[in-house]
Design a protein around this ligand. Structure first.
Ligand SMILES: Cc1cc2nc3c(=O)[nH]c(=O)nc-3n(C[C@H](O)[C@H](O)[C@H](O)COP(=O)(O)O)c2cc1C
Length: 216
């Protein structure tokens, strides 16, 4: 049965987080299709993974037989995260925009799992794996908006997940999430509400389509 790796990185709890709410809708629809499947949930805000260290990094480029005890220990932690990713038939990532880019906890996870010669580069051990990213953001950064040039979540994750890892990448984008709380964005509340509804509907539809595609 299929395995979904579900990663959250919002610092907010489920009832206050758009990315968690939309990811939950995706996950619920996925589980309806795969009641006997496995969902591995990794909450990077609750339980961050270690930042990459010199030992963990250099171990990735050297023969394991030559690793120092420090390199071996650090690399073993990295390999656990890589194997978890490699075992997944599909991946779901909640990636809120923090200061124009992804949360540092998600960056730390990426620094662990991107390993040239295994997951990245010529090898690409997760090539073709469907990865759905819920890219929530307080403002709007789509093409044609005044802040389009400041969009470093989708642009960055496309480079790393699609280009480095070769994943089959898709985005769901609930935006303008700060509109209800920011009086200066009051006019944008209807657009926020429409974006949220669209994101929730897309999450259910995409999860079902993906589950059916993987079962075929
Ligand atoms: C530390 C921090 C930095 C943020 N920086 C931005 C930003 O640069 N641009 C933006 O549009 N929203 C920004 N926001 C707002 C979040 O993107 C917004 O609250 C979004 O809904 C977060 O996703 P979540 O609801 O899943 O937590 C920031 C929020 C936090 C907590």
């Amino acid at each position: 049965m299929a395995t979904l790796l579900h990663i959250d990185s919002s610092v907010f709890p489920a009832d206050a987080s758009s990315s968690r709410a939309v990811a939950d809708a995706f996950r619920s629809a996925w589980q309806e299709q795969h009641p006997e499947g496995t969902v591995i949930h990794r909450d990077l805000a609750a339980k961050p993974v270690p930042h990459i260290t010199a030992h963990a990094h250099t171990a990735g480029f050297s023969d394991p037989a030559t690793h120092s005890p420090e390199q071996a220990a650090a690399f073993a932690e990295r390999v656990k995260l890589i194997e978890e990713l490699e075992r997944a038939d599909a991946v779901l990532i909640g990636a809120p925009m923090y200061n124009l880019t992804i949360p540092s906890t998600l960056k730390a996870w990426l620094d662990n799992v991107v390993l040239f010669g295994r997951t990245a580069g010529d090898a690409q051990s997760v090539k073709g794996t469907p990865i759905t990213v819920v890219a929530s953001r307080g403002g709007a950064y789509g093409p044609g908006t005044p802040r389009a040039g400041y969009e470093y979540v989708q642009n960055y994750l496309s480079a790393v997940l699609a280009d480095f890892l070769g994943a089959d990448l898709d985005f769901i984008v609930p935006e303008l999430t700060m509109a209800p709380a920011d009086p200066g964005m009051a006019d944008l509340v209807p657009l926020f509400e429409a974006s949220r509804e669209r994101a929730l509907a897309e999450a259910s539809a995409k999860a079902k389509q993906l589950a059916q595609r993987l079962a075929a």
